[in-house]
Design a protein around this ligand. Structure first.
Ligand code: S3P
Length: 425
């Protein structure tokens, strides 16, 4: 797909529902009693993989488009699937579902696409094994396909070496079935959607500093879930609005959970003009309308506890840094190497091809802003966030940019290019 520079962005958009929250609403609804009604569900390929896995385990899920109804079978109501579960490109599906499967009285095989089969699963195999489950990586490389032989679960007090909501959630979900209280302590707090939503479904779950604890409930109960817009999708329009001169964009109903909204802190530190309007104090997840006006940005230092709160936004932050005055240093972000692609390597390679001054480091990047970017051929490596980052970079680069595999945005934002076009005047 080919992209060209544009003058200014103006208007209003609503980004699709949050991916992390959409996945969880289907998973928790499937193991709850009664019906879970989900509004603004993200109809992206990843969340559809989650729906299809639970349908294969006997859950009746009515996908009506904007609304999804999950008719749950209770904590012990899943059936053994009669085929291999396909998680597609979705790390969240693979890791969270493993926590649930670890406690079932049947064996399952999970797999996914080429990218999923390269992503590290030892991080969930280790704690789930400690909880009493047998999990085999069928290719003996610590990756999917995984054979999960479910069974009785023991509670653990786990200290995770990585700040990862997927690891934390897998353990907490297995903890729903354990023989006592399970806790997970992380180096820094990762996104807390599991804790917030499980608590709404009736679980006894508490958090203190970087530790989350769960006591096994008798049952979970279906809920009505309003999924806010995904801040990780909004991030591309936040960046485009800030960078493209003369732009003003209103992004409606964006989730601003503090464990996800590090991008807003970073943008403001870089000098961005972003206003939060119409903040809702939903007990489940807070949301707000974001008014973004083009701004002159300057480079900053990003590392430490803020990293998990903006981990998926670092590719687009790297693009912003190319247009910021001075140096931006991103560190403590080695997790970027094990996302849908190696996002450090792919960003450095592609932004360098466009003329940016960017260096790869062991756990991040160093970017000197100010070099004008020019069009290039960009290999997205079929990573949705890479494709969207370069669609924004292309708006600001001179000449033509071609993004290979651009259609991979269907993972998290099928209407992305249409929404971008809508804002170009
Ligand atoms: C997610 C957690 C993050 C994030 C991913 C979604 C989740 O991954 O990158 O896109 O829904 O829990 P990690 O937990 O591996 O950091």
């Amino acid at each position: 797909m080919k992209f060209y520079p544009c003058n200014r962005l103006q208007g209003e958009i609503q980004v699709p529902g949050d991916k992390s929250i959409s996945h969880r609403s289907v998973m928790f609804g499937s193991i709850a009693q009664g019906t879970t009604e989900i509004h603004n569900f993200l109809q992206g390929a990843d969340c559809l993989s989650t729906i299809s896995c639970f349908c294969q385990m006997g859950v009746n899920i009515e996908n009506k488009g904007e609304t999804v109804l999950v008719h749950g079978h209770g904590l012990r109501g899943l059936k053994a699937p009669d085929c291999i579960l396909d998680c597609g490109n979705s790390g969240t599906t693979t890791r969270l579902i493993s926590g649930i499967l670890a406690a079932q009285n049947f064996t399952t095989i999970l797999t996914g696409d080429e990218s999923i089969q390269k992503r590290p699963m030892k991080r969930i195999i280790d704690p789930l094994t400690q909880m009493g489950t047998q999990i085999e990586s069928l290719n003996h490389n610590g990756c999917a396909p995984l054979k999960i032989m479910g069974g009785p679960i023991h509670s653990i007090q786990y200290h995770s070496p990585v700040a990862s909501a997927q690891v934390k959630s897998a353990i907490l979900l297995a903890g729903l079935y354990a023989d006592g209280e399970t806790s997970v302590t992380e180096p820094y707090v990762s996104r807390n959607h599991t804790e917030r939503m499980l608590s709404r479904f009736g679980a006894d779950i508490r958090t203190e500093k970087t530790t989350a604890r769960i006591c096994p409930p008798k049952e979970l109960y279906g809920q009505k879930i309003l999924v806010p817009g995904d801040i990780s999708s909004a991030a591309f329009f936040i960046a485009a609005g800030l960078l493209i001169p003369g732009s003003e964009i209103l992004i409606r109903n964006v989730g601003v959970n503090p464990t996800r909204s590090g991008i807003l802190t970073v943008c403001r530190e870089m000098g961005a003009d972003i206003t939060l309007l119409e903040e809702t104090k939903d007990p489940g997840e807070p949301a707000a309308d974001l008014l973004v006006k083009s701004s002159a940005l300057h480079g900053i230092h990003i590392g430490g506890a803020i990293i998990p709160t903006l981990i998926d936004e670092l590719p687009i932050i790297a693009v912003m840094a190319c247009f910021a005055k001075g140096e931006t240093i991103i560190q403590d972000a080695a997790e970027l190497k094990v996302k849908e692609s190696n996002r450090i390597e792919v960003m450095v390679r592609n932004l360098s091809a466009m003329g940016a001054d960017i260096k790869e480091t062991a756990d991040g990047m160093i970017i000197r802003g100010g070099n004008p970017l020019h069009g290039a051929v960009i290999d997205s490596r079929l990573d949705h966030r890479i494709a969207m980052s370069f669609a924004v970079a292309a708006c600001l680069a001179e000449g033509e940019t071609e993004i290979l595999g651009a259609e991979c945005v269907n993972i998290s934002y099928p209407e992305f290019y249409a929404d971008l076009k809508k804002l170009k005047n």
